[in-house]
Design a protein around this ligand. Sequence first.
Ligand code: NAD
Length: 362
Amino acid sequence: MNLVVMPGDDIGPEIAAAALAVLKAADQVCGLGLRFAEVDVGMASHRKHGVTLTDEAMQAALDADGLILGPCGMTDYPAREEGGINVPGAIRKRLELYANLRPARSRPGIPDARRDLDVLIVRENTEGFYADRNMHQGIAEFMPTEDVALSVRKITRQGSRRIAKVAFDYAQRRRKNVTAVGKQHVLQMTDGLFMSEAYAAAKAHADVAFREVDIDAMAADLYSRPQRYDVILITNMFGDILSNEAAALSGGLGLAGALNAGDRHAVANAGHGSAPDIAGRGIANPCGMILSSAMLLEWLGVRNGNQAYLDACRTIHAAVDLALADANIRTADLGGRGSTQGFAEAVARLVHDKQTRKQKSE
Ligand code: NAD
């Protein structure tokens, strides 16, 4: 399998290197046959080529079996006309990564984590309120006068149908419970359309429990009664916000693993941003990036029917849990004393140990 690594900006290179160290350990002990190529994006690319995402980089993403994309610091990019392309946004659009999968769960030993949280947020990833990428041409924001600004939210039947299917498919492998989240009585046409497809999918999956909850009620209930929720089906912008809340409830944004997936491609891209405030200090939490990479292995395992990839994903999760439980290993955002590199080395070591123990017991 050919994996392309795009380190991104700010903490991106630090946490991408950490994820790579763990993937190499998993490759070695599980015999995955991974090959890695690194491709610059973001400001590193802009300095060399005058653009944050070159055509060659996009082609590398299209040709890869899987992509590991570090967070990109879009806020500091130059204007689009000066080469500042929103890298994750453009890749999501071109590779048709319509599903953003964002799990969040309570893990042992994490201070401030909400107990009994174990959710998978299935966020529609190509439409909604993302005005810079939800149109075929042009952007979905405009100003009819200098004092009036408008944004257009796009919801399609096809987009709603395919993301609902993803949510119900995952629910069948989990606790068989889907909650669709929106605000249908206000956004009557857009959320009305989205919800009609959610209800149709619910009808087709009679073994999965289903209900609809408003986004404002959900924001509170996820905090108060997280155990009620399993798979959360949600539109793009609401999903972005709710998944950050879920990550915070699990202990912090640094834990936010995420996968962007479509029918042919998948990209590991953590749920947090490029954290410029802590970049270059060796203290960023690489956990989200490591868990995102594990999700990519799982996606490849399911797609290719390859058990070794599924085992590697499980082994990484177990190693991450063990490393997080140790305050000397986990990073400062989680009340620990560890470094980015130290955490990665510990997880890589635990991956080796766990797999060695498993092989001995077989
Ligand atoms: P952010 O997620 O980068 O940071 C928010 C807070 O969380 C900061 O205090 C940061 O230090 C902390 N944090 C985030 N990740 C962490 C980690 N791994 N370890 C420890 N602490 C961590 O959000 P922001 O500050 O709003 O955005 C910064 C930049 O990231 C912006 O340029 C934004 O455009 C970009 N961004 C990129 C992506 C992506 O590439 N997919 C997603 C969101 C934001």
